[in-house]
Write a new protein. Structure first.
Length: 238
């Protein structure tokens, strides 16, 4: 049992998506390098506004968050993230080390708090414990993009908390677009993943059209954009 728990912790960062919200380039690069050694995927943002946007479309597993960010501070980012219901792990890394600062961070929903200057190895160890603990919880996978939530266990989708009435094909389509998080989805990918590979290319369009209408009617805050000759992309509506 001890060995199994140790393996879970040791491999906790492999393949996970880590969003680093840090406006000091040297610190951001060091943090990125140490996470990449653990085979994590990394994305760096340097402002609070960019961090919020990235959390919406990239759907990270872990957010390493500085408090003193330009535009919107880290606590504002954390509060908005938690208000959307996202269960993203949040590890604050800040020069603000007073008890009141830490308590504020935990009250707003951070999972851990590390004071600068810090040892990068301690950061990695804390991140492994945080994500390893999450991995041991009963899995209930939910995908998110903007106001959209796709519950993979319940086979249900929501726009801003309101259930969407979707056919099985439309549900698989929405799941595919949300998983891609604002990136292009080719027609071939749609046929293979949403239409079970047993449809022809032009049969994609009616399904896309119906899903687009339902998202617009629900005021989901997203738009299915057609990329001529390539496929489709799910975009956030400003």
């Amino acid at each position: 049992m001890i060995e199994e728990a140790s393996r879970t912790i040791d491999n906790a960062l492999r393949g996970v998506k880590v969003l680093i919200a840090e406006d000091e380039p040297e610190i951001a690069e060091i943090v990125e390098a140490f996470f990449k050694k653990e085979e994590a995927q990394c994305l760096i943002t340097t402002s609070g506004i960019d961090a919020i946007d990235a959390a919406r479309w990239w759907c990270p597993d872990l957010l390493v968050l500085d408090i003193r960010l330009p535009g919107r501070d880290g606590l504002s980012v954390l509060a908005e993230l938690r208000s959307t219901g996202k269960a993203t792990g949040v590890l604050i890394v800040s020069a603000l080390g007073d008890d009141i600062d830490k308590l504020t961070g935990f009250r707003l929903g951070c999972d851990d708090y590390l004071v600068k200057p810090f040892n990068p190895l301690e950061l990695i160890a804390r991140a492994k414990v945080l994500l390893g603990r999450a991995a041991r919880q009963p899995e209930h996978r939910t995908l998110g993009f903007g106001t959209l939530r796709v519950d993979l266990e319940a086979f249900r989708a929501f726009a801003d908390g309101v259930p969407l009435t979707l056919t099985p094909v439309e549900f698989r389509l929405l799941r595919l677009f949300v998983e891609r998080g604002g990136r292009l989805v080719s027609r071939a990918q749609i046929v293979d993943h949403a239409l079970a590979g047993d449809a022809y290319d032009r049969s994609v369009d009616p399904h896309i059209s119906r899903l687009r209408q339902k998202l617009e009617s629900a005021g989901a805050g997203v738009r299915l954009t057609s990329i001529r000759g390539e496929g489709y992309r799910l975009d956030l509506v400003a």
